[in-house]
Design a protein around this ligand. Structure first.
Ligand code: AMP
Ligand code: MG
Length: 315
């Protein structure tokens, strides 16, 4: 399959509307989209990514009005969250409308919905004839792609097109909140923080490892994820390790002594933004060990910690 690279949302949407699989930029990470009305294109997403078929896809909409096409009920909590955070980096899990195929939701009767704020994504989704199912545009298990070059590296020849926009402004996947149960549940941390969510829905709780093990609420979270080829060693800011060879390091405070390639970030925003592109750069340079500072579990630190722990294999 020939993969077209295009800067045109209109050309990308035309390919999608004909049943193609098209990667597109969003503010979180690049997404790999197919129309929910093209079953063969949905299957191609799973094949291209090497994604297990029990891992549901998030459905992307162009505007809040499209919600009623894909869900049967908007709960009062969901309505409040939509009011505050749509369009933006938040995915809400709600009861699915019968027109959303079970191949998209991996057999679940709920569906994850997101309305991105990125202008190119919105134009692309506006021109799409139907809502667009899209997981992250990377090979399953690898770090998410935060620029079109990373998408192309992973998926060239396996997808129909890449809509080439700017690098993702946030660089971490969306926050996921399950609003299909009686108390909203934070399934995946992201740049909309638990503290921000609690200001709107104070009762929200965090899904525990126990919840996930007994009845995985978000099937994708049981798989290894975000991992570069290198081994990842996590450390706390106060315990900067001393290394003896050439390694790579990313974090907020001074990197460990002896590190050759490092990315020292000044803010958590920058840390989240740089994390996956740093991992990919380390792979390109053949780095075998990456030291990563674990931020505290507050604010954006929660999402960065989550990605680091998974990348390090602590599923
Ligand atoms: P990705 O887009 O690759 O970041 O993966 C999408 C994530 O959303 C995975 O972790 C899925 O398990 C999760 N997800 C999608 N749909 C649902 C749903 N209906 N219920 C719970 N989690 C979902
Ligand atoms: Mg993913």
């Amino acid at each position: 399959m020939q993969t077209t690279l295009t800067p045109s949302a209109a050309e990308a949407a035309a390919i999608l509307n004909e049943g193609g699989v098209v990667a597109f930029p969003t503010e979180t990470v690049y997404g790999l989209g197919a129309s929910i009305c093209h079953p063969e294109a949905i299957n191609q997403i799973f094949r291209a990514k090497g994604r297990p078929s029990d891992n549901p896809l998030i459905v992307h909409i162009a505007n809040v009005e499209q919600l009623e096409d894909v869900v049967t009920e908007i709960t009062p909590d969901a309505a409040r969250l939509i009011e505050c955070f749509f369009p933006g980096p938040l995915t809400l899990v709600l009861r699915k409308h019968p027109r959303v195929p079970e191949t998209v939701t991996a057999g679940l009767q709920t569906v994850g919905i997101r309305c991105p704020s990125n202008a190119v994504a919105r134009e692309f989704l506006r021109l799409a004839h139907y809502p667009v199912a899209a997981p992250s545009a990377n090979r399953s298990g690898l770090p998410s792609a935060t620029n079109w070059e990373a998408v192309y590296q992973d998926l060239n020849g396996k997808i129909d097109a890449v809509l080439c926009g700017t690098p993702s402004a946030i660089g971490l996947e969306s926050t996921i909140v399950d609003c299909s149960c009686s108390t909203p549940l934070l399934l995946r941390a992201g740049s909309i923080t638990l503290e921000q969510l609690k200001e709107v829905v104070p009762e929200i709780t965090v899904a525990t490892k126990g919840d996930q093990a007994s009845a995985p609420k978000s099937p994708g979270l049981k798989y290894p994820h975000y991992a570069p080829k290198a081994t990842i060693i996590l450390y706390h800011p106060g315990e900067v390790p001393v290394t003896t060879a050439v390694f790579a390091s990313i974090g907020i405070t001074e990197p460990p002594t002896g590190v050759a390639l490092y990315k020292q970030c000044t803010t958590l925003d920058e840390y989240g933004h740089e994390l996956f592109s740093f991992f990919r750069r380390c792979d390109t340079e053949g780095i075998e060990t990456i030291y990563c500072e674990l931020p505290s579990n507050e604010g954006l630190g929660r999402a960065i910690r989550d990605r680091l722990m998974r990348a390090a294999g602590h599923v």
